[in-house]
Design a binder for this molecule. Structure first.
Ligand code: AMP
Ligand code: MG
Length: 513
């Protein structure tokens, strides 16, 4: 790998704490603290993303690069650091947070001049670890590695994953939070993104009233990551906020399209670039359920449930607006932009749903059709992904009970069957009113509805296998997630088997990473 080409322009651009002091503390007036990874002596490769490595300019992996994958034996020029950010967690101001288990190596530039930041997740404690160990376990690392790549291949903005390696060290975790901690294998993922900046970076500077630095960070962000903003002077800040709102709304629509539930949409987990970031207790949805939350910590309030994700991102954008007010200085504008977020989101969302059904666009009556459909899906406990796959395959002589029973989590009794028949009739009459051909309609469905999703039970089985030294399922899942709009492996096109209904890690997950 071209490790020698990694640079750290962020360290030159912004004020930082260069003490290399690992003590956990608050670091006012700076955006980062330099810190060395723990340095693991017995790393073991699990997976390496060659295509991504080539794409970002890091080139081929060789045996000698193994230590780099866990942040060990770094050359002097790789001056590593953790950034400081703040955030609102579960609706409350949490103050300074920061990269507690992420350490940045810096930036790599590819042959086309495209810059990518890379960082280790799980390579050791930083000043921002807040009494935690800065480590990550195999379980959470496999989940991040695979899901971020699955998102990329869906065509959804996301941070990416370059490598997955065992550290050779065991880590202690209380996965059920019940006072029964266990040793688990430690692992490190290298993540890659154009930038890992979050809403929380801006909130931190606002909270510290560091307005000059806040403006510097804004200028830097616009100049480097928002090439579409060309307006001069003060207008660029307004354009920026509008842009972040649009990117965030678009991202939410995409999450709804494939049935992704993030699980911890705190403002520190919101990328300023509109990327999916921080894969923790996320889940791809099995049964369609608007109030489904995968995160056990979120169960009491279901703040981060599937159906609430747009509303929550709007709430998070309010917090960002608040942080940017000293620079933008126009409350009315910010309020209007936030109001427009809701309008834009719903328009885009409904258009997306129409595509899932193969409609030629949004017509009169479609809105009612869609909201009825939501109730229908929940009452019949239908699998979100498989329902659309089955819808594509309906023929005039299809036996609906036989066709949809395998994709429902309940028994389709007479009453439910009646509703299914009514719904399909309504759907088919709407399809007949399409101005596009049946083939065109099907083509829209096939590119909008994934055939493969990374379900929790598949991840669970994959993690078990890797723990036992096998990687066949990992290889197969990687192939499947790289081609999500095809059905490479029919055995993955099944609803969650009932034996996994109550297995921790399959229906609900803890944050313990
Ligand atoms: P999260 O909810 O996973 O986004 O994490 C919230 C905050 O806790 C972030 O500042 C993380 O860096 C920090 N954090 C979470 N887990 C760990 C860990 N194992 N070691 C250090 N910091 C952590
Ligand atoms: Mg986080």
């Amino acid at each position: 790998m071209n490790i020698e080409d990694i640079r750290q322009p962020f360290l030159k651009k912004f004020p930082g704490d260069f003490s290399n002091n690992p003590t956990q503390r608050s670091t006012p007036k700076v955006l980062f603290a330099t810190i060395k990874p723990a340095g693991f002596e017995q790393p073991q490769l699990i997976a390496f993303n060659e295509a991504l490595s080539e794409e970002i300019g890091l080139g081929k992996f060789e045996k000698k690069d193994l230590n780099f994958l866990v942040g060990s034996d770094l050359p002097d020029h790789v001056q590593t650091y953790a950034t400081a950010y703040a955030g609102h967690q579960f609706g409350n101001w949490a103050g300074q947070l920061g990269d507690g288990r992420a350490i940045l190596a810096g930036e790599i530039t590819n042959a086309e001049g495209k810059k990518t930041e890379i960082q280790w997740k799980g390579a050791g404690a930083t000043p921002y670890s807040r009494r935690a160990d800065g480590r990550a376990v195999l379980r959470s690392s496999v989940r991040e590695y695979l899901m971020s790549e699955a998102m990329y291949h869906f065509g959804i903005p996301t941070t990416r994953a370059l490598s997955l390696a065992f550290t050779g060290e065991d880590v202690i975790r209380d996965i059920m939070y019940n006072g029964n901690p266990q040793y688990e294998k430690g692992a490190v993922v290298i993540r890659a993104a154009e930038s890992f900046l979050r809403f929380g970076h801006f909130e931190l500077l606002y909270a510290q009233q560091e307005y000059t630095l806040l403006q510097d960070l804004l200028d830097f962000t616009i100049e480097n990551y928002f090439p579409e903003i060309v307006s001069p002077n003060h207008q660029k800040y307004k354009d920026f906020f509008e842009n972040v709102c649009t990117r965030t709304a678009d991202l939410m629509v995409e999450w709804f399209r494939v049935g992704f539930v993030h699980g911890v949409m705190n403002t520190d987990n919101m990328s300023i670039l509109g990327l999916t970031i921080d894969y923790g207790p996320y889940s791809m949805m099995d049964a369609y359920q608007l109030n489904f939350t995968p995160n056990t910590t979120d169960l009491p309030g279901r703040r981060y449930a599937f159906g609430k994700q747009a509303q929550i991102s709007q709430w998070n954008l309010w917090k960002l607006a608040n942080a940017l007010l000293p620079i933008i200085k126009d409350e009315k504008f910010l309020e209007n932009t936030l109001k427009n977020f809701g309008i834009y989101f719903w328009e885009t969302h409904d258009k997306m749903l129409c595509k899932k059904f193969g409609f030629d666009g949004m017509k009169k009556g479609d809105e009612e059709f869609l909201s009825n459909w939501q109730g229908f899906m929940q009452d019949l406990e239908l699998d979100y992904t498989l329902f659309f796959n089955q819808l594509e395959k309906i023929m005039p002589d299809t036996d609906l009970k036989e066709h949809f029973s395998p994709v429902s989590y309940t028994v389709l009794d007479e009453e439910k069957l009646g509703r299914l028949q009514d719904f399909i009739e309504l759907y088919q009459s709407r399809i007949h009113s399409n101005t596009i051909s049946k083939e065109e309609s099907l083509a829209i469905m096939k590119t909008t509805n994934p055939k493969f999703i990374l379900r929790n039970f598949l991840l669970y089985e994959c993690i078990e296998e890797i723990s036992n030294g096998k990687t066949e399922l990992l290889t197969k899942l990687t192939q499947a997630l790289e081609n999500p709009y095809q059905e490479l492996f029919p055995e993955f096109s099944i609803k969650r088997p009932s034996n996994y209904d109550d297995t921790a890690g399959c229906s609900t997950l803890s944050c313990s990473s």
